[in-house]
Structure formats: C-alpha cells, structure tokens
Write a protein that binds this ligand. Sequence first.
Ligand code: GLU
Length: 288
Amino acid sequence: MFITRIAPSPTGDFHLGTARTAYFNWLAARASGGRFLLRIDDTDLARNNEASVGVIHDCMTWLGLDHDATFRQSDRLDRYRDVAADLVTRGRAVVADNGAILMKDGQSTPWTDRISGLQAVGQAHDALARNQVLIKADGMPVYHFASVVDDIDMGVNLVIRGIDHLTNTFRHSAIYAALDAPLPEFAHLGLIMLDGRKMSKRDGAASLLGYRDAGIDPDAMLNFLLRMGWGPAKDDKSMAVIGRDRALGLFLDGGRMKNSPAAFDAAKLASYDRKYKAARRDLAAPAP
Ligand code: GLU
C-alpha cells in the first residue's frame, strides 16, 4: 500500500512535469489501495503567491486527480523548528552564530531507486549532506528538511519525482538517518525534453492550464503524461490508448517507470486528443 504525495511550490504556473509526477503518484496510491496527499510547499515567502495555490487546485481538479488530504508547509513551521531543536538537543545538529540550525556530521546513506537501482554515496553527496542547513537564520526551514519531516510525519513510503531531485535525495537520506527514520522508496523519472533540451517552466508548452484553456481532453492529457515516463511491459498496438482505469491496472506490475529523457511531442498529444474526443462522441451518440 503506497502513501504518496505531490508537493508543488505555489510560485507560478503548474508545470507539465509536475502534472506527470502527480499522475504517477496518484496511480501508485490508487492502484495499491493507499493514500495520495497534496502538500503545498510554501516556505519560500519571497516567491509564493496565493493565486498559484488556486492554480494547483484547478489543475488537480481538471485532471481529476483526487487527493485524501491537503497540507501546507506554512502551517507546520513550529513542527520543523521543534524537530530541528530536538536534533540540536541530541547533538545531531548545531545552532550557528546567526541562529541558523545546521546538521552536524550528517551522513548520507546509500539508497535504492525503483528505476535506477542502487545509488552509492559519492564524496560530493557527502559534502552536501554533512553540514547542511536545516533551518535558516530567519527561522524558515530549508526545503530538504521540511520535505523529509513531512514525509515522515505523513507516512509517505514512495516518492516519485523528477530526476533533477536525484542529488537532493542524498541530502534527504542523511536527514532520515539523523531522525532515525526509515527511507521511503524513491523513483526518479527522466526529464521532459523540448527541442532537445530540458523543458523549462518558462516554456509556454510547459503550462498545464494552457492545455485546458485550449480545449484539450483531460484524459488525453493523462494518457500523454503516462507515456512520457512509463511504458508497458509489452508495448504493442493494444497499448496505443491507455486510459485512467486501464493505467490503474497496469502501472505497478504491467510496465515500468523510466529514467530516460522523454521528448515532448505536441503531435502525439493532438493525436491522443482526437482519439479521446472521438471515443466520447461515440459514447454520446444515440444507439441506432
Ligand atoms: N516542492 C518541490 C518541487 O516542487 C517538491 C519536490 C519533491 O517532490 O520532493 O520540486
């Protein structure tokens, strides 16, 4: 039973990559009879805005990805400070002259990615983890710390996210170790590429709501997202369309998530859109 979450930061558009991460985490939770949580990572006071929180909810509603609970990190600041203070008491963190709280001799541990396999700790990872800041001088938690505290408190046992977070996971493994908590499973998905480079939040094509506003069928979008990072064990014609119900049956055991880059292909999305719209028309047509 997987307890998963999607943890967007409300700092602008909801990105296609975030939508893909949301769908995969939703699939893992729903396919296993687990729980899917929405966490708003809103500790970056300078960059947050309330309108973006609304965009996150609109996106989840449009895609039909229901969640079992919502958390906001800004409601949990005392919790992060308490956990950090406890680490100081136990000699696993120190208070710096400026009031920030830093990890003391944190140790990354090796971890196994569901997609990429065993990840050994390198020197660079160790350097990142060892004295990492947990709570900044202004009292706000660093993303890495807040995220791990939340994942432990909420019982998250599978984290599916983009491969751009892979290095972060070494920081996180040190925080889990300092908190004597077991690691969840991790799966890091390949980047979404546009014209041979990483799709950036600034690319117009990256904004999810742009597709809703253009009239794209949300189930076509889900099918498109599924195939940018997951493939069925046997990929033949019968897999040309994989709607949500079928994806639920296949996601965990009938295929694999991928760490290879996934090319964004607008023609593919348009083709799914035509197929899903045609299927809806057929369903709506009166019986002959
Ligand atoms: N707020 C982080 C992001 O949007 C969450 C990453 C994670 O899944 O841990 O990238």
